[in-house]
Design a protein around this ligand. Structure first.
Ligand code: NAP
Length: 228
């Protein structure tokens, strides 16, 4: 087994499996890698918003005939008390903040925050694992460096401390970053929620690691054991 990381995080958390780090150089190079390394199954466990890598994985796996399984946490669903404004792009999220100055908690990746410079009337509080460099081109922003998981209690304190009016979030799913969503609900704050991009067509999607393992057992079992 080998885990591949993009290399976007300067000091990734320790992992209990062999890791390789860095892009492959595009879908064709990934296909070459899969073949050269004799990969039997490719698991796309990228974040639901990592569109390019998921598309590359689908293309490469199809091209070299390697089975592909996508592991995707189910998205969060609105529950009573949530005040979500759902949008399809970061640009729409910027617009959804409106013209009047607001105090905005930006819980997006470093790559996604630049468009908020188009709305410099707001005060931004940006939380990220690595430093935001260069900083957001706005007159007023605070930067918090932290790595999840984040509890509701922690995030409620944070939203209060920075007197946040609105939270901007991706619909990541899972519990590690749900704290801010629960905290916004508790404080009756709106959340501008970026909808997920569509997943790759024709790729089986499972929601848990256990389901991946079960599928792996099936995919890798000799034909006879599968009743083929
Ligand atoms: N997007 C998010 O909101 C988000 C949030 C949390 C974590 N992440 C993780 O951060 C990584 C980068 O995210 P992204 O949105 O920048 O991805 P992306 O736009 O889909 O991919 C950009 C490029 O990064 C490289 N790459 C991405 N994932 C890789 C991997 N697991 N192993 C090797 N190379 C990889 C690929 O480079 P080459 O074409 O050169 O191979 C890919 O073309 C992903 O692995 C994702 O799971 C993303």
């Amino acid at each position: 087994m080998r885990l591949s990381l993009a290399g976007s995080t300067a000091a990734p958390a320790a992992l209990p499996v062999p890791v390789r780090i860095g892009g492959f150089g595009g879908a064709e190079r990934l296909a070459v890698y899969l073949k050269a390394e004799g990969v039997d199954v490719l698991i796309d466990a990228t974040h639901p918003y990592a569109r390019k890598m998921s598309a590359n994985a689908a293309w490469a796996a199809q091209t070299v005939g390697v089975p592909l399984i996508a592991l995707q946490r189910p998205p969060w669903a609105q529950v009573e008390g949530d005040r979500w404004i759902e949008v399809d792009s970061v640009g729409e999220a910027v617009e959804a903040l409106g013209a009047s100055p607001r105090r905005v908690f930006l819980a997006l990746g470093r790559k996604d925050i630049a468009p908020f410079a188009e709305a410099p009337q707001h005060h931004y509080v940006v939380r990220s694992v690595d430093p935001i460099d260069p900083p957001l081109a706005v007159p007023s922003a605070d930067y918090i460096r932290a790595r999840g998981p984040f509890s509701e209690e922690n995030d409620r304190a944070l939203l209060n401390k920075y007197r946040i009016d609105v939270v901007v979030s991706k619909n990541s799913g899972g519990s590690a970053t749900y704290g801010k969503i629960a905290a916004a609900r508790a404080l009756a704050l709106p959340v501008v929620m970026l909808r997920r991009p569509p997943s790759q067509p024709d790729v089986p999607v499972v929601e848990t690691a256990d389901e991946v393992i079960a599928l792996l057992d099936h995919t890798l079992a000799p034909d006879a054991a599968r009743g083929v």
